[in-house]
Design a protein around this ligand. Sequence first.
Ligand code: NAD
Length: 245
Amino acid sequence: MNKRISIVTGAAKGIGKAIVERFVNDNYFVVAVDEDEENGNKLSSEFGADKVKFIKADICNEKDVQVLFEKVKTEFSRVDVLVNNAGIIRDNMIWNMPVEDFDLVVNINLKGTWLMCREAGKLMKQQNGGRIVNIASRAWLGNRGQSNYSASKAGVVGMTRVLALELGKYNVCVNAIAPGLIDTPLTQKLEKEVLQKLIDAQPTRTMGLPADVANAVAFLSSDKTQFITGQTLYVDGGKSIGAGI
Ligand SMILES: NC(=O)c1ccc[n+]([C@@H]2O[C@H](COP(=O)([O-])OP(=O)(O)OC[C@H]3O[C@@H](n4cnc5c(N)ncnc54)[C@H](O)[C@@H]3O)[C@@H](O)[C@H]2O)c1
């Protein structure tokens, strides 16, 4: 296939779906990965089976990830871009947080991303080229009620830096994006008043759109960014600068 091949996790909705759309518009072939089969299956009909293939996988299951990469290697023989976007939240103050919610968040956000990076890293090293973009979060800097989530995303930032060191000489660039408040099914679950407070604390007084993150992903995935690696790019309306109110 002449098109660049990308894998996007958490592709069924929210930011992941916007990344799929952006890649389709940029003439990539997209392997869309999610455990949500119902929404994932709709992607090929929405964007075209010649542009998007959905594969169901749970990214924190080692076997699922290995089978996924076997399928991709058999069908396409290479991967140009991996975007690790799948992630969840289970917020609570630490004194109320069950250990299961710590394990679940770290397992999906950090271990799942690591498993995907390991398989992509082997393949990209072999093919001597590639891009990995990890979706972290501005919350890695710290958010009350997110000791599990912030820790998992800080782990993603640290891992991104290490993989940039390990894969650099094989022409593989590894970067992270740290989104702030983005309008997706994940944030639509927040209580209205809580959401308004978060918006009021933004320097821009707005939420970002999934496409804002997808645009940054497109930049870091491009073959024009071979000298940018190990970096974390904030897409957060300025929230990471400091207090907005
Ligand atoms: N929305 C925000 O404000 C925001 C801010 C910062 C960072 N992020 C990060 O962006 C990413 C996407 O967030 P979103 O808001 O679009 O979330 P979302 O809940 O709308 O979508 C996440 C997708 O990931 C999939 N997923 C979850 N666990 C999975 C697993 N184990 N295997 C495969 N797929 C799995 C879900 O099925 C879902 O389709 C996440 O990593 C999130 O932490 C989001």
